[in-house]
Write a protein that binds this ligand. Structure first.
Ligand code: NAI
Length: 277
């Protein structure tokens, strides 16, 4: 981890702060900001020493503009974290992210670190190694919303100079629990390290990087992450025997096994009758 003697940032906003990854960063980013602004529509618990809380929906434009006041860095995690109805994706992920970017521009925020996803490129095959410059191939409406924000962030950088780092997170959970995650797993510690490097690197312009740990199985050429000094310490390899023992070998022709997006690539449209998807 980077050494710091005093907080390098005034005010870091974390959206989705009540969620799984937000709760991780609420702890690990504490030394990095004089104040953490935490936002979620779910309760955020007790207000701790250097925190301010905003319980609101990202679809509420005025609320997002309020929470952005005085913020210098944003970690944008809030939104639907998996496939949902188009209306939910539209309100939470698309409109919500637009509000974040527009408020960040108006408040002269330096940088947004955005939780994109493997599902932005989920239709590449697991046998392919791809870098951050391949065309997007979303595997779901959720994935489409991630590609939207990757492009929104590029527009805000090219036109207004608002920096962004979009992290295509693989599977960020306590441990890998299926065979696909042996390639896509990102440990909580490595996620924190990646976000800290994303904050501390003097200039990132507009970047897309992949978020996975140091796994032997790997779909991604993450050369761009080298620039950030991201050196993951954990590996899904430590769980390989456990995963093999607990999960069957899948049919390589099945879309959930064939494509990097896994089950998201195999599922039908979310709003169809589940029996006919
Ligand atoms: P999570 O579901 O635990 O956290 C998401 C948070 O966003 C929740 O606390 C929820 O209340 C909040 N939220 C949802 N819609 C909202 C809205 N309209 N307004 C305000 N708050 C809203 O999910 P997790 O795992 O912490 O994911 C965080 C981000 O990382 C998400 O954007 C997700 O898409 C992304 N991501 C996560 C991955 C993972 O493996 N955990 C993989 C790829 C991307």
């Amino acid at each position: 981890m980077t050494d710091i003697s005093k907080p390098p940032f005034k005010n870091i906003l974390i959206t989705g702060a009540a969620g799984a990854l937000g709760s991780v960063l609420r702890e690990s980013l504490r030394p990095y900001a004089e104040q953490l602004t935490l936002s979620d529509r779910a309760p955020l618990g007790e207000v701790r020493a250097n925190e301010r809380h905003f319980v609101c929906d990202l679809a509420d434009r005025n609320a997002v503009f309020d929470m952005m006041k005085g913020v210098d860095m944003v970690i944008h995690l809030g939104g639907a974290p998996r496939e949902n109805t188009f209306q939910v994706i539209l309100d939470s992920n698309i409109a919500g992210s637009y509000h974040i970017y527009e408020a960040a521009r108006q408040e002269s925020v330096k940088r947004v670190i955005y939780a994109s996803s493997v599902h932005a490129i989920g239709f590449y095959e697991c046998t392919q190694t791809i870098d951050a410059n391949v065309p997007q191939r979303p595997d779901s409406l959720y994935g489409v919303s991630k590609t939207f924000v990757e492009n929104l962030s590029r527009y805000y950088f090219d036109k207004f100079g608002l920096e962004s780092m979009c992290v295509r997170i693989g599977s960020c959970f306590p441990k890998p629990v299926d065979r696909r995650m042996l390639a896509t797993w990102l440990s909580y510690d490595d996620f924190s390290h990646l976000c800290i490097q994303a904050l501390m690197t003097p200039s990132v312009g507009h970047m897309i990087v992949y978020g996975n740990s140091n796994n032997s199985a790997n779909f991604w050429d993450n050369t761009q992450a080298g620039y950030l000094g991201y050196h993951p310490k954990d590996s899904a390899d430590a769980y390989r025997a456990e995963v093999y023992a607990n999960t069957p070998i899948g049919d390589p022709r099945h879309p959930a096994v064939r494509f990097q997006g896994g089950q998201f690539a195999a599922d039908g449209h979310f709003e169809d009758d589940p029996n006919n998807r």
